[in-house]
Design a protein around this ligand. Sequence first.
Ligand code: ZN
Length: 195
Amino acid sequence: MVASDGTFRHVSSGDLLRDAVKRQTAAGVEADGYMKRGELVPDVLIAKMIGDLMAGISGPCTLLLDGFPRTLVQAEVLDETIGRCGAELSAVVLLDVEDVILVDRIAGRRGCPKCGKGYHVTNIPPRVKGICDACGTELITRKDDNPETVQNRLAVYKAQTVPLIEFYGARGVLRKVDGTGPLDEIVERVRQAVP
Ligand SMILES: [Zn+2]
């Protein structure tokens, strides 16, 4: 979870999950049980964590949810959570990137097995090739970042996530953002797309 300033927070569903498990919140303990059994964490639990996060915020704040919702069911669960918290869904950002670029990005992804810092061979290269800037450990490629798995993830995205484009488009909250180019430019475009 990265808080860039007091009123704008980036919240990835993965970080939210790890944080809830670490802090042993009710939702975190329950989610941990599913993960230990090798099962998927139910959508309602992730939504509960988002609700817990919203409940802990006092004063105006914009949350940028990353990685959730990915399906229509998740979108409906999120609507309920947002409604219950008295919050408002102001925008849904669609980062528009061609498949070939996505595949290249994922194939170039490297990570530090020790400290978890992420890199990309061309977009976010470490100072020394293959070595983590922060701790000097040799970088690795995640098992699920191979081309075959990436193709599979794209197929899942098209089947399950693409329907959200129409779902949110019909509500007038969809903001299509060009997701290509340098990272800082993409971040700026996203910021401008969010009211
Ligand atoms: Zn490291």
